[in-house]
Design a protein around this ligand. Sequence first.
Ligand code: PEP
Length: 239
Amino acid sequence: MKNNHKIIAANWKMNGSEELLKEFSQFVRAKHNDIIICPPFTLIDSAKAFLPSFIKIGAQNCSEEDKGPFTGEISASMLQEKNVSHVLIGHSERRILFKENDDVIFKKAEAAIKSKLTPIICIGETLSEKKSNETLKVLNYQINGSLAKINRCEKVIVAYEPVWAIGTGLTPDENEIKETHLYIKTKLDQHFNADTPILYGGSANAENCSHIISIENVGGLLVGGASLKTRDFTTICNC
Ligand code: PEP
């Protein structure tokens, strides 16, 4: 049975090209799922030009500041001018490599919301946290620090991405996904007025997507590596 109306988001990271956009636009068809492509900043205009209009465009990051002397940064209002609708916030690569903490992530989410973008806020435990049975404790901490301070009327998307599953070919088992998504949902339901979609991310691919997306409280997928392979990502978009 098809899963109705899920969100499939692609995180291209520092990859991709106009050719890939053109190729994907030839394969993809509007079906039941919402599709969001997050290319690097430099491909946002091309994504608008080459992708069909039912595909939404997201960015991979934004500054918490609106303008000023912040060399190399891009603000949420600049993204809004480019008709971007979504922005990834707090991806684990940003948390780990660029030392973004929950407070910065909260500020970035606020900046995105102020510019009418929907933030896709990423949370998830590292391997050592998982091994010490701290997964739910980490999720609790991250939700309290980055999400619970957002006004309860706002619309956000959360992506649960276990750091150890990103780019490794490993995924949590069904029970682990059930447990973490239920935990996140219960916490978010206590805070936000509307239902908050909770995406799963981490080594989702054309083979496992249908299974993962059918697990209770999984509202869609955030896909890295497999989103760069046109045929695989088309399969994922249709799952
Ligand atoms: C990601 O980095 O957001 C991600 C989900 O990557 P991958 O699908 O390659 O594990």
